[in-house]
Design a protein around this ligand. Structure first.
Ligand SMILES: Nc1ncnc2c1ncn2[C@@H]1O[C@H](COP(=O)(O)OP(=O)(O)O)[C@@H](O)[C@H]1O
Ligand SMILES: [Mg+2]
Length: 617
């Protein structure tokens, strides 16, 4: 078992989250682009262009504000212009102040307009991506889902979609405007104040960005550790709660708590490291930016003293520096969020890129059912290459026949059903329905033709009615009730206060094993497929209910091919053929009477069960 588990772990795909190469980042961005610039949607493309226009306008207007601010200071300064009257000066200064205000309002107005215009593009992309990932998760094989933790998978999707949102918001509305702003401000400093000012601004920004990115790079690793620990603790908690009953059976509350605390301890340590490193980052950033700001201010102050610059220029320089430091302050967060978003999106695109194991061949046609003859021809199969579960199994079920499979637990009975449904492909040999290899027809048509009542029925966390109706899309109320009656569960359902509207709890846990099994039978009765697989479908029922349902199942089975996997041999005595399976091989085959005459395995099992039945009476 331990060996098996270890193998399952290695089967799990490795995610690229530990290290994000720039190439990968580019790939991720390339993967998102089609969602933002959909070829077939001119209206969306138009919106993107409009949003970009609003972005540029907003930035330019925003940068005009400090200019008017500086000019109004100069207009107000004593002796600003000897030729003008006091009235003209004041009117000019007021005009400049009003212009300053108008610029600010317009700038904010345009950036809000940009958000409003772009929102629909972003939300649509998110929805598309989420849907595609969701569909893909259902396309992946059972093997993949068994080896992945479901909670982990939905988190990958959730984080990935959130990542796209972050990336859009920060890339377009934070980094984009920031770069534009830095370039324009550098230009203004060059034109208004001279080369040296521009050089100081640029050097400060370059140093600042370098420092922020390197520290953040290191912090991303710390945060990744924190994330992992968080996921780990979360999964332990979910798993533990799913096993609520088991935990109680073994009095393991304390053990579970310790296990959980162990994960939380790791999270605590990682979270502390995260906040310490943030303090370091913040302080370093302030040091650099204030250094640059003060240098520019000192130069400007000296120039004002020398009479080369006006007081208004001094104020303007300060206003521009403040304008660029504000968005720079968020750069660390922005960089980290973008990086995190890229990692999360990378994981989601990995999931999207996860190849399907069982795929339809090109131009596969639908299965053409002519009666439902099933043929296993020399089938060999193992879940893992090292361990063969079925070896050279040949089995023919003529149309309308009922074949029973009996044998010890673990002999491969349920595996036969899974192969027929094509949850897995056989390793060698072939599996045909009405002469057509199931690998050559569409999976959807195979799935449509086969009804399986599984060993353990799992239900949706919804009403009983919903769960039965699941058997066939669009089934009428009468049909649902008829199916419930045949599965002998109708009387139970109407005895509940809410009847068919009773909720069944997560995975159907509010129902007993037998009740769940009958819901499972009812929905398969509703599906009404030409081929039926009953995998110990009545094992959780008492003998009397089982006998009653057997009648319905027999009715359902008439005229179709049925594989019935049985636990209680008394339920299969009238099968057309009984197969005794042991360690993946057919050891005996025949009708009930033939097998009893053989005096072999089947006879032995029969006698054991008979004496048990006698004891029970
Ligand atoms: N997904 C899986 N991965 C690996 N081994 C599996 C898997 N499912 C079942 N097995 C193994 O295959 C063998 C046959 O299983 P199964 O067909 O379910 O037996 P049963 O005859 O009881 O229905 C068992 O030994 C089981 O442990
Ligand atoms: Mg089984």
């Amino acid at each position: 078992m331990l060996r098996l588990q270890r193998r399952l772990i290695t089967l799990r795909p490795t995610t690229s989250s530990a290290n994000l190469k720039s190439g990968q980042a580019m790939n991720v961005i390339k993967s998102v682009l089609p969602y933002l610039w959909p070829k077939s949607r001119k209206d969306i493309q138009f919106r993107v262009v409009l949003a970009m226009l609003a972005l540029v306008l907003g930035e330019i207007l925003g940068l005009l504000a400090p200019y008017f601010y500086g000019v109004s200071v100069d207009a107000l300064a004593p002796g600003a212009d000897e030729d003008q009257t006091i009235f003209m000066l004041t009117a000019g200064a007021l005009g400049m102040v009003v212009a300053y205000g108008v610029m600010r309002i317009l700038s904010v107005g345009f950036s809000q307009l940009r958000d409003v215009i772009f929102a629909q593009v972003g939300q649509r992309a998110l929805r598309q991506l989420a849907l595609e990932t969701f569909r893909h998760m259902h396309r992946l094989s059972l093997r993949y889902h068994i080896t992945r933790k479901t909670g982990g998978l939905s988190r990958v999707m959730e984080r990935g979609v959130k990542g796209v949102e972050f990336l859009l918001r920060f890339m377009l509305f934070s980094i984009g405007p920031l770069i534009l702003k830095l370039l324009i401000v550098a230009g203004i400093f060059y034109l208004e104040f001279g080369f040296i000012y521009m050089a100081i601004v640029l050097i400060t920004i370059v140093l600042y960005i370098w420092f922020t990115f390197s520290v953040t790079e290191w912090r991303v690793k710390v945060r990744k550790e924190m994330n992992d620990k968080d996921t780990d603790a979360n999964q332990k908690a979910i798993d533990s709660l799913l096993n609520f009953e088991t935990v109680k059976y073994f009095g393991a509350e304390e053990r579970e708590a310790l296990r959980y605390d162990e994960s939380m301890r790791g999270y605590e340590a990682a979270a502390l490291k995260t906040s310490y490193s943030l303090a370091f980052l913040n302080f370093g950033q302030t040091l650099l930016i204030t250094g640059g700001l003060i240098t520019v201010m000192i130069l400007a102050a000296m120039a004002v003293q020398r009479g080369e610059l006006s007081v208004g220029d001094f104020v303007m320089a300060n206003a521009y520096m403040i304008q660029i430091t504000m968005p720079l302050g968020f750069l660390g967060t922005v960089y980290r969020e973008i990086r995190q978003a890229l990692v999360d999106m990378g994981e989601m695109f990995d999931l999207l890129g996860q190849p399907q194991e069982v795929i339809d061949v090109a131009n596969a046609e639908d299965l053409n059912i002519k009666g439902g003859q099933i043929e296993f021809d020399n089938v060999t199969f193992g879940y893992d290459p090292e361990r063969t579960i079925l070896s050279k199994l040949s089995l023919k079920i003529k149309k309308g026949e009922t074949v029973a499979i009996v044998g010890p637990s673990g002999s491969g009975k349920s595996t036969i059903g899974r192969l027929l449904f094509r949850f897995y492909d056989v390793n060698s040999g072939s599996l045909k329905i009405d002469g057509q290899d199931i690998r050559n027809v569409t999976q959807a048509s195979v799935h449509n033709s086969i009804g399986i009542v599984p060993q353990d029925t799992v239900l949706f966390n919804d009403t009983i009615g919903y769960n039965i109706a699941y058997g066939r899309d669009g089934a009428s109320e009468d049909e649902i009730i008829a199916a419930a009656k045949s599965a002998k569960i109708h009387d139970f359902i109407i005895s509940l206060t809410d009847g068919y509207n009773t909720t069944v709890g997560e995975r159907g846990l509010k129902l007993s094993g037998g009740e769940k099994q009958r819901v499972g039978i009812a929905r398969t009765l509703l599906k009404n497929p030409p081929i039926l697989v009953l995998d110990e479908a009545t094992s959780a029922l008492d003998t009397e209910t089982e006998r009653n349902i057997q009648d319905s199942l027999r009715g359902l089975g008439s005229g179709r091919s049925v594989i019935t996997i049985a636990h209680r041999l008394s339920t299969v005595v009238d099968a057309d053929q009984i197969i005794v399976l042991e360690q993946g091989c057919i050891v005996e085959k025949g009708t009930h009477d033939e097998l009893l005459n053989l005096n072999g395995r089947y006879t032995k099992m029969w006698h054991i069960q008979e004496s048990e039945a006698e004891l029970a009476v």
